[in-house]
Design a protein. Structure first.
Lengths: 646, 294
């Protein structure tokens, strides 16, 4: 490769009638042996104080061969024939897209002058980083290292345009399995946590782990190469795992084993159960209930429940006062209604709602705790994100990978909505919260019927930046995500892309060479679009300094599910290894599972200094069981069929 | 289809002496063979234009250039070049003031020795002769410098060795003239028929012709491409070489080198059947240098 001593010219601008030098694009030739490549940033000076910065977006090489037939003729049809003694004259012709002109006005065609590779300072100016990486209140967030011709220069994004308020949100696309999307986000979160200046306020991240163990070991150190450390040094970031990570995961259906791959005894104590009751989920019944099932009548009855019944004193027509706080309470209310109507032997209408509608809603609502078992409890126990007490520079990982799609939707919707509510009141505990969700195409698909989740994502993407609610979303195929969701992402990252995806209309603005580069991008490289960058820029980022999912599950193999009793023992001893397992077993012997489960949840949520004492006190003394006489079964209503019974 | 009679040839016939046997015969050279390295290629260009007239006197602006490209490991690089721009006119028909005015252009004034009587066409033809002569001179200058710089390098010059008189004193033995036009025929009768109907990959036996004022050169014909289905001169070149002791023995080797120069093809140049690619590249370089003269 040619030596580019100092900042010697590596090319010259050419302009013909058919290939003119424009204001936003120009052509230049270089030596055959050149450090220039797609994505290289170059500078052209006119010698009179005007400089043009541009990025190479296309390259062509051709010779003076007029027709391939001429080669066939001289080779007499034999490709293995004698080589020609003279190599044909060949040219490397590059297309460059203008990033910036200095001075900015008047915008003029690029001068026909020497082309030089950009220096570190040139990269700053070309990408307009000079406006935000220096000065009294810098807002630069490193995203990666630009490399060309032996130069390694940090590329920074503007926090005002990444976390708001100018613009916000980040979208990342790339084929799966190349450790790009999740790795890039992990690295970027570390970059934000370390480099977000104090004047920009506090920030936390909520990450939804939707598949495998990807985000389960963010607090564990990962393996880095010397090349990675070099990149970290260039970017000014300390390669270390996250200092503060809070893990939350629902239980499995047994209500005591955690549904997460971070269940190794050495780590499981850090995992807080994610458990919700009726109050937490009823406001999001639209997520859980099929719109085809819930007609206007059912909707009306649901509204009645939310407005008049849940969390309120409600007195029915038969003299009973209900306070519905859990699914169990709700079931009691429904039974009271059915019994009351049955005993009265009169109308099949209760408070203008037909009993069929009431039965239908009952079946659907009570089914939620079955479908989301492990997340939603019947008894109203709650273990949730610390809304209002979010801590600065803390990652909250919600491991929902083991849940079905509906439950994932519920978690996502409720968490994001609650974050929004708190941010609107400036009562979350931090100024900015980054929500990272993978597989965005599942939550905000470009086609299909409108869903509650998609509406919420649209709302965040369009208004979240004013609140400090920032969406970092990833997907394999950007074209399959709703246009307004991806369109509102101020910053867009691309890893290696699928050629079919690149053929979709959303990528028409990219040159063919850029598309090819995207389709063959190695691990650890990204194409970045950011509001300050007038053209996409390629950067390399280091491996995140955290343990990868596969490595984590190898080093900390998940525990297999154990018996109820054993699970309780393990979770308590994981909180304090001094707790004797035998005492725990004695304590819970003969107790109702629900009581033990609720107490264990409270203990984990409270994180007391002495978990065993707390658990023992909360569980209370054992009460002898008393046999109750069997209740006489009621006679079913004859006049009303229940077509919706499960 | 032609509409006008072609201009008369300047020197349609020349004389030849047999060197490699008698009569002239066709010799199969045995196919192409890689040429030795390094090898240099020299060519020149000339341009002229009537810039205006002072009275009836044409003022011709001329431009000549020559360059040598050296080939090593397949790559051509310019090793020497020269260019001149000048004004040619029949100076005797201009006044002193008119000459002074022309000299103010900064260009050298050359006399084309026009006749006493004005002739709008003849005057320009005479000026063109001067331009052509200047081109030959600059080619010889470049050739001489190249020979001095690297006497071991084989030189291939486009055209005949017209300046051989000037080069003979430099011990130029590794120089080849590659003649593409066949205006002057040195052979006659059956010899000429053998030469003009050579099969592809064949050469004629070597013969000698007078070159310049005193010297003679060895020369032979070589058919680069089959001429069947084409006109008679298709793919036919004539090679000239100073009369060295090895001149005859090496004729076959030299012919084989030149056969290898068929690739790359110099198409789409209309002379592709006789113009070897490196010479075309010298022309391309000179045309690029000529800029506005192109």
């Amino acid at each position: 490769m040619s030596q580019t001593s100092g900042n010697a010219p590596v090319g010259r601008v050419v302009a013909t009638e058919t290939l003119p030098a424009g204001t936003h694009q120009f052509f230049f030739w270089s030596a055959i042996d050149t450090p220039i490549g797609i994505g290289a940033i170059v500078r052209v000076d006119d010698g009179a104080g005007r400089s043009v910065y541009a990025v190479v977006v296309d390259g062509k090489g051709y010779s003076d061969l007029a027709s391939p037939l001429h080669e066939v003729v001289v080779a007499q049809g034999d490709p293995a024939g004698d080589r020609a003694p003279t190599r044909r004259t060949e040219v490397r012709l590059w297309t460059a897209a203008v990033l910036r002109q200095d001075p900015e006005e008047p915008v003029q065609p690029v001068p026909l002058a020497d082309v030089r590779l950009a220096t570190k300072e040139d990269v700053e100016v070309a990408l307009r980083m000079d406006a935000y990486v220096r000065g009294e209140r810098p807002t630069g967030i490193p995203i990666g290292v630009y490399r060309a011709g032996g130069l390694s220069a940090p590329v920074c994004m503007d926090a005002d345009f990444l976390l708001g308020p100018e613009s916000a949100h980040l979208n990342i696309s790339g084929v799966s399995g190349l450790a790009t999307k999740t790795s890039a986000v992990e690295f970027l979160l570390a970059s934000i946590f370390q480099r977000l200046p104090a004047h920009k306020g506090s920030v936390a991240a909520v990450c939804f782990n939707v598949k495998g163990p990807d985000l389960c070991f963010l607090d564990q150190p990962g393996e880095l190469t010397d090349a990675d450390r070099e990149l970290y040094a260039v970017l000014g970031i300390d390669p270390r795992p996250f200092d503060r990570v809070r893990y939350l995961a629902p239980f499995r259906a047994d209500g005591v084993n955690l549904n997460t791959l971070r269940s190794h005894p050495d780590l499981v104590a850090d995992v807080q159960p994610l458990v919700w009751g009726l109050r937490e989920v009823l406001g999001f019944h639209e997520v859980l209930l099929n719109r085809d099932d819930i007609d206007a009548k059912a909707d009306g009855f649901l509204d009645f429940l939310v407005d008049r019944v849940v969390e309120k004193e409600f007195r029915d027509e038969w003299g009973t006062t209900h306070r519905v706080q859990s699914f169990a309470d709700l079931d009691r209310l429904f039974r009271a209604i059915f019994d009351g109507l049955e005993q009265a032997g009169r109308s099949d209408i209760w408070r203008t709602h037909h009993i069929a509608t009431i039965r239908k809603v009952r079946n659907r609502l009570l089914n939620i705790s079955t479908r989301c078992k492990g997340l939603v409890t019947d008894d109203g126990s709650v273990s949730d994100l610390p809304f209002g007490e979010f801590e600065d520079r803390t990652v909250y990982v919600l491991d929902v990978a083991g849940m079905d799609q509906v439950a994932q939707d519920l978690v996502f919707t409720r968490v994001v909505s609650t974050l929004r509510e708190h941010l609107e009141r400036r009562a979350l505990g931090v100024d900015h919260v980054i929500v990272f969700v993978d597989e965005l195409n599942k939550y905000a698909p470009g086609d299909g019927q409108d869903t509650y989740v998609r509406k919420m994502l649209l709302d965040i993407s369009e208004r979240g930046r004013y609140l400090g609610l920032v969406l970092f979303a990833a997907q394999q195929f950007r074209s399959q995500v709703h246009r307004r969701v991806v369109g509102n992402a101020g910053t867009v990252l691309f890893g290696r892309m699928d050629m079919d995806e690149l053929a979709t209309p959303g990528y028409q603005v990219l040159s063919p060479a850029t598309k090819i580069k995207l389709a063959t991008l190695p691990k650890g490289e990204l194409m970045v679009r950011h509001p300050h960058f007038t053209q996409p820029v390629f950067v390399r980022f280091p491996r995140p300094a955290v343990m990868s999912g596969p490595t984590g599950t190898k080093r900390f193999p998940p525990s297999s599910d154990v018996s109820f009793e054993e699970a309780v023992v393990r979770q308590l001893t994981a909180m304090d290894r001094r707790i004797p397992a035998g005492r725990v077993r004695d304590l819970i012997a003969g107790r109702r599972d629900a009581d033990v489960r609720r107490t264990l949840l409270a203990t984990k949520r409270a994180r007391p200094d002495d978990p065993f004492e707390y658990f023992r006190a909360a569980l209370g003394p054992a009460v002898a069981r008393e046999r109750v006489a069997a209740r006489r079964e009621g006679v079913p209503l004859r006049s009303v069929e229940d077509p919706y019974a499960p | 289809m032609l509409t006008h009679a072609p201009p008369p040839l300047g020197a349609p016939f020349g004389s030849a002496d047999y060197v490699e046997g008698r009569p002239v015969r066709a010799i199969d050279v045995g196919g192409a063979m890689p040429a030795p390295e390094p090898m240099a290629f020299i060519d020149g260009i000339q341009r002229y234009a009537v810039e205006g007239r002072i009275g009836l006197v044409p003022i011709v602006r001329g431009y000549v250039a020559a360059a040598a490209l050296r080939r090593e490991r397949g790559e051509l690089r310019v090793i020497d070049s020269g260019a001149q721009e000048f004004i040619v006119a029949p100076l005797r028909r201009l006044t002193a003031d008119q000459r002074t005015a022309l000299e103010r252009s900064g260009l050298r004034l050359l006399d084309c020795m026009g006749a006493e009587r004005s002739h709008p066409i003849l005057d320009v033809q005479l000026a063109a002769k001067v331009v052509e002569h200047r081109r030959e001179r600059i080619e010889i200058d470049v050739t001489r410098r190249t020979l001095v710089a690297d006497p071991e390098t084989w030189l291939v010059v486009d055209g005949s060795l017209a300046g051989i008189d000037d080069l003979s004193g430099d011990g130029a033995t590794r120089i080849l003239g590659l003649v593409k036009s066949h205006e002057t025929q040195f052979l006659d009768g059956p010899d000429l028929e053998v030469a003009l109907t050579l099969p592809a990959g064949h050469r004629t036996s070597v013969f000698a012709r007078t070159a310049g004022q005193r010297a003679t050169v060895y020369t032979w014909y070589l058919r680069l491409w089959p001429w069947e289905d084409h006109e008679l001169l298709h793919g036919l070149v004539r090679i000239e070489r100073p009369p060295t002791p090895d001149g005859v023995d090496e004729a076959t080797s030299v012919s084989r080198w030149l056969l290898s120069e068929r690739a790359p093809l110099s198409a789409p140049d209309s002379r592709w059947d006789r113009l070897v690619y490196p010479i075309q590249q010298v022309e391309t370089y000179l045309r690029a240098l000529a800029g506005g003269w192109w």
